[in-house]
Ligand binder design. Structure first.
Ligand code: NAP
Ligand code: GLV
Length: 308
């Protein structure tokens, strides 16, 4: 079986080696040297150009190198084939680590101290116990539930919000439109770990941010199009929100003239929150390739109606 590999962010050599260690006979074609397109039966991709997958006439399955498949679903030519998202321990662990680091930074008032340093001010705020900080995690899927669990294990008061009711040990769970207001009202730090779908696009707007406690902080690690950027700037400038950490933005890379670059209450990272290591990610892809060969059901298939 021939597998197409396409990614501008992932290392094709490391992925090929990790896949061949598990499937020595796998024929891997690294874009753009793909040979005959009609020999390719599976594709392992991240942000493929629209139309690439449709140009493979014998394609049987698409494996995403990332957890979020929103960009692929926006391609009107995307073939109607099983589309599997990435579920991988390194992707999950690095996300939980990133969010924990950000929450600790806020909990220990480092955003405040950074502003004080810029003003040459020396003022102590006595540290509060972790339990006094309420963290709300939007999205209780693979990444959200692991992140909420890691935050709870550190002692924070953690709540989570999902589309359907979830049960995560140590986490107060809220669901749907009916649970949103109460969830937001108790989130001193809001973490967005939702997939981008028609329901979550522009969800983080003035109305939603206005339901957070005064002086709340935002950690956005979902997708840029979930956040109404002008509404965030207005909330920060009015002091309603104290600070935001943005790992994802509407246009990536962020345009040079964008106000986020220099805003004193915004910290940016370049879509770097979590990363799938080939060594572990290849195990999950190899398992799905074996299943495809044997005609068994694939794992982690995206529900296209839901959009994630
Ligand atoms: P997942 O397992 O599919 O979980 C998605 C969660 O979001 C589920 O709990 C789901 O609710 C909830 N949800 C979806 N639509 C909702 C809605 N309209 N209202 C309320 N809750 C809703 O996804 P995942 O693997 O955790 O990944 C989540 C997202 O993280 C990805 O889609 C991607 O956008 C982002 N991500 C970012 C990075 C980064 O580096 N910044 C890395 C990886 C992933 P149910 O439980 O009821 O289904
Ligand atoms: C990264 O953003 C992913 O979806 O895995």
């Amino acid at each position: 079986m021939a597998l197409l590999f396409f990614s501008e962010d992932d290392d094709p050599v490391a992925w090929s080696a990790a896949l061949r260690a598990r499937l020595p006979d796998l024929d891997i074609r690294i874009w753009p040297v793909i040979g005959s397109p009609d020999e390719i039966e599976a594709a392992l991709v991240w942000l493929p150009p629209p139309g690439l997958l449709a140009s493979l006439p014998r394609l049987r399955a698409i494996f995403s190198l990332g957890a979020g498949v929103d960009a692929m679903l926006r391609d009107p030519t995307l073939p109607d084939l099983p589309l599997c998202r990435m579920v991988d321990p390194s992707l999950t662990a690095t996300m939980a680590e990133y969010v924990l680091a950000c929450v600790l930074w806020y909990h220990r008032q480092f955003d405040l101290y950074a502003r004080q340093q810029a003003e040459r001010r020396w003022k102590l705020y006595l540290p509060a116990p972790a339990v006094a900080t309420r963290v709300g995690v939007m999205g209780l899927g693979v990444l959200g539930s692991a992140t909420a669990t890691a935050l709870a294990a550190h002692g924070f008061s953690v709540r989570g919000w999902s589309r359907t009711q979830r049960d995560v040990a140590g986490v107060a769970c809220f669901a749907g439109a009916a649970g949103l207001e109460a969830f937001l009202a108790g989130s001193d730090i809001l973490v967005c770990l939702l997939p981008l779908t028609p329901d979550t696009e522009d969800l983080l707007d003035a109305a939603l941010l206005g339901r957070l406690p005064e002086g709340a902080r935002l950690i956005q690690v979902g997708r840029g199009r979930q956040l109404v950027e002008a509404d965030l700037l207005a909330a920060l400038d009015a002091g309603r929100l104290a600070h935001a950490t943005l790992d994802v933005v509407r246009e990536e890379p962020l345009p040079p003239a964008h106000p986020f670059w220099t805003h004193p209450r915004i910290r940016l990272t370049p879509h770097a929150a979590s990363y799938c290591q080939p060594a572990t990610g290849a195990a999950s892809v190899a398992e799905n390739i074996r299943r495809l060969r044997d005609g068994r059901p694939l794992l982690h298939v995206v529900d296209r109606r839901r959009g994630y």
